[in-house]
Design a protein around this ligand. Structure first.
Ligand code: DGY
Length: 331
């Protein structure tokens, strides 16, 4: 028996975080690839009288979980997004909630660009073509895609990740439009310093005028289904939609229908609804010609995932010690 506080960790995160926690606490880690499930998280918290819970974005942290251990002081999610945590219930119980903002901004913007480029220049189709041994000659009209340079990029949500994505457009000499709840003059100034002149427009104008639309809004009641039938219809027939935000921001059925009807050109998705997307999901019949999907790896570089693990551990430590969290999700 030990009187060190216990931290329950719902998946094996990089050692940088686990080692840090193990120095001070008993750490119980769910080592499987698939999630433990809500009732297992509850029973582990209860069994160990856990004071800390380190979870992932795919774990639902609701009232039942928050109630499972009377000693629970902190929930720390290994993600910037915290739409899976019931913040109001946590605040009511005085349970601190931490997340990992900032550190994954640039890495996620890199992935948004990688999807954008893959869709524009049909690189996944190109790879499949070579792998299938179809490359027998140089073909004048093979896999003709869209130019990225000189095109118009529309950013939906000019927060940190949206701005980082916009900043990269300078190298491609693009026009940049953005939309959101309101105009952001400070962000515009910051972007000008990086050679990007971003213009604020409403969503409809952005969708009409952009060759590439990249989504960077958090999932809220307001943004759920933000891109639905009407919005997809508004986009140009050859436009590309990129989503590295949250799957639920896009209406999957509407996207499926829009790709079928040729209302948009292609979509590059790192997040989906449902998530994970099963291999037999009807949306995947559009891949790779009209659809490129990656398995929610926006923040997945070695450096960034390691840093996220350290930040998540630091939030746990502060919560258990009763100190303000370095990165709190509760305002
Ligand atoms: C997050 O942290 O919310 C991201 O979606 C992970 O890539």
């Amino acid at each position: 028996m030990t009187d060190r506080p216990t931290v329950y960790v719902t998946r094996a995160i990089p050692d940088a975080g686990l080692d840090r926690l193990r120095e001070r606490y008993e750490v119980v880690v769910w080592e499987e690839k698939l999630p433990p499930g809500k009732s297992h998280i509850e029973s582990q918290l209860r069994e160990h009288d856990a004071e800390g819970l380190l979870c992932l974005l795919s774990d639902e942290i609701d009232d039942d979980v928050l109630n499972a251990s009377p000693d629970l002081a902190v929930v720390s999610t290994y993600s910037v997004g915290y739409d899976h945590v019931d913040l109001a219930a946590a605040a009511e119980r005085d349970i601190a909630v931490g997340h990992t903002p900032g550190v994954l901004t640039e890495t996620t913007a890199d992935l948004a660009w990688s999807l954008l480029m893959a869709c524009a220049r049909r690189t996944v189709e190109g790879h499949d073509y070579v792998a299938a041994d179809e490359w027998e000659a140089w073909v004048p009209t093979l896999l003709m895609g869209a130019d990225v340079h000189g095109a118009t990029l529309g950013i939906v949500g000019l927060g940190d990740i949206g701005a980082a994505t916009a900043r990269r457009a300078a190298g491609f000499d693009m026009d940049v439009l953005y939309t959101g709840r309101s105009r952001k003059p400070d962000r515009e100034t910051e972007l000008v310093e990086h050679g990007v002149d971003a213009t604020y427009v409403d969503l409809e104008d952005l969708l009409t005028e952009s060759d590439f639309v990249s989504l960077h809004v958090p999932l809220t009641e307001e943004t759920e289904g933000l891109i639905g039938e009407a919005e997809l219809e508004t986009m140009a027939e050859d436009a590309v939609l990129v989503n590295t935000a949250r799957g639920e921001v896009v209406d999957t059925d509407a996207l499926d229908a829009a790709l079928d009807a040729g209302e948009i050109g292609r979509a590059g998705l790192d997040v989906t609804d449902p998530e994970p997307l099963p291999a037999d999901h009807r949306l995947l019949r559009h891949a790779p010609e009209k659809l490129v999907v990656t398995p929610h790896i926006g923040s997945s570089s070695v450096a960034t995932r390691g840093r996220m693990a350290e930040m998540a551990a630091a939030n746990v430590e502060a919560g258990i010690e009763g100190e303000p969290l370095p990165n709190s999700a509760l305002s």
